[in-house]
Ligand binder design. Sequence first.
Ligand code: FE
Length: 136
Amino acid sequence: MTDPKDIPESEWRERLTPEQYHVLREAGTERAFTGQYDKHFEEGSYACAGCGTVLFESDAKYNSGCGWPAFTRVAEDQPGERVEERRDMSHGMIRTEVLCAKCGGHLGHVFPDGPPEDGGMRYCINSLSLDFDGKD
Ligand code: FE
């Protein structure tokens, strides 16, 4: 199987919808309060919409009110196993970008303003970067 990091941009354009491509491959951001998983609280897993790697579990999801799906932690045993973090200086802000560690797709940003009782982090993730798989 091809390493998802070797997939050429031309193939990503074919695999993804234009909206997903803009977010995952061009670090775009969906408009606040428009994503399908913003107010979605079913039990299950959220995988990368690019490569299918499971990134977040529903038990880490909470309603932050920010307009995008928010999670307190990544579904990984080792830091960097599923998600990579990188300093992002775009748009006149200093933020920490969150990317899929397997395919390099842009997911969103992480901020240190999450629920203190759950570690204090808020992974603010675009719905367009995620595919939900519910538990039956
Ligand atoms: Fe991925």
